[in-house]
Design a protein around this ligand. Structure first.
Ligand code: NAD
Length: 371
């Protein structure tokens, strides 16, 4: 019988967990035995007793690492855990293999099979239930709109009261992939007037289909990349886009940005000048904000700053962790679907001729497999 091990997350402030008690019956029904590290679920208010009641065995970290065949995590594990992993063990998580050469090399050296979930092919229909990037981006987009509404000093909807009429907030969402569409839908449901913009022209119909307007920017080239992603812009294209956006951004009360290009630092969409052009009281939520910057100049990861002109800049790159219960429940279902796919006849079965596995298995049998 394959033993799954649910680890307590390593990164400080990470509240998510790879499996929640509500999803344990599914894992047990698939024939897995489940070990859960002590306190793994505290960030989602699930004590050890909830996991035990649902059929898991709660153990300490060292026991989990020694006994689990497949370790489930959200983010990459820390060095102490990595040093305990052994040949043939499978590690599943959002490991950021492409951006984490040192971890990949160590896992390969130790003979661990590393499954890096963010590498999953997005458009393959049989992989959709495993798509953790999508589930987490949905949470982030929803939470971004809620956070913006909570921070903004005005109403989102048009409100007519005896004390007068409140105008609806004007919300602009830049980057309308999964998170952007979730942000648009949520801001619309709160009653705001929403506009969306993306560098991929096919997003226009998606924006309009959720009841928002598409922002037309003159002089900016389309930038489709491969696999439904955008490509990085040239320096001239980026300057043209920044200039065109700068002319329009001052019309909006709330700006939510989500633009990403795979394997690159987030594109710089909004300059300092453009932020200066926003009205006092405006709110910016930058979902791309991380250690290497975000989409908006002046935003800092995990911080809220009010500029001298009265614009609130929120560096919100870790919103799934801020809504850890929903994010973990969805992630747990993604991981359950994936582990079912990785196991045959009661043992992990790595098959690199399978299209899904070929994409996500980053190390196997002592080798790093990313090209
Ligand atoms: P992402 O997080 O990589 O990027 C977010 C958005 O930023 C994208 O829409 C991208 O076009 C946009 N962007 C990048 N550079 C930009 C720039 N300079 N200006 C404006 N916008 C810019 O994207 P994602 O949410 O992970 O989605 C990636 C693709 O995968 C999309 O085409 C999405 O529809 C597709 N997808 C498909 C499925 C499916 O078919 N089941 C599931 C999930 C995602």
């Amino acid at each position: 019988m394959v033993r799954l091990g649910v680890v307590k997350e390593f990164e400080p402030g990470e509240r998510r967990v790879a499996t929640v008690p509500a999803v344990l019956p599914k894992l047990l029904g698939l024939g897995f035995e489940v070990l859960v590290e002590h306190d793994a679920g505290v960030g989602v208010f699930q004590p050890d007793s909830a996991y035990a009641q649902a059929g898991a065995t709660v153990v300490d970290a060292a026991t989990l690492d020694a006994q689990a065949d497949v370790l489930l995590c959200v983010g990459p594990p820390g060095p102490e855990r990595v040093a305990r992993l052994r040949r043939g063990q499978v590690l599943v998580g959002l490991l950021n293999a492409a951006g984490n050469a040192e971890l990949v090399a160590t896992l390969a050296e130790r003979g661990v099979t590393a499954v890096s979930l963010e590498l999953l092919p997005r458009t393959l229909s049989r992989a959709q239930s495993m798509d953790a990037l999508t589930s987490q981006a949905n949470v982030a987009g929803y939470k971004a709109a809620i956070l913006a509404a909570d921070t903004y000093g005005g109403y989102f909807p048009l409100l007519m009261t005896a004390a007068g009429t409140a105008k609806p907030a004007q919300v602009l969402v830049l980057g309308v992939g999964v998170a952007g569409l979730a942000a648009i839908g949520t801001a619309r449901r709160l009653g705001a007037l929403v506009t969306g913009y993306d560098i991929r022209p096919e997003t226009r119909t998606e924006v309009e289909s959720v009841g928002a307007r598409f922002l037309e920017l003159s002089g900016v080239a389309a930038a489709d990349g491969v696999g439904g992603y955008a490509r990085a812009l040239t320096d001239e294209e980026r300057a043209a886009q920044q200039a065109a956006l700068q002319q329009r951004i001052g019309d909006f009360d709330v700006l939510i940005t989500t633009a990403q290009v795979p394997g690159r630092r987030p594109p710089a969409l909004v300059t300092e000048e453009a932020v200066k052009g926003m009205r006092p009281g405006s709110v910016v939520v930058d979902l791309a904000a991380g250690p290497w910057g975000g989409n908006v100049a002046g935003v800092e990861a995990d911080r809220t700053i009010v500029t001298t002109d009265g614009v609130t800049l929120i560096g919100a790159g870790r919103l799934p962790s801020a809504m850890a219960s929903a994010a973990s429940a969805a992630y747990a279902r993604n991981v359950a679907a994936l582990t079912a796919h990785l196991v045959r006849d009661g043992a992990p079965a790595i098959d690199l001729s399978d299209e899904i596995q070929a994409a996500i298995v980053a190390t196997h049998d002592g080798k790093a497999l990313l090209s």
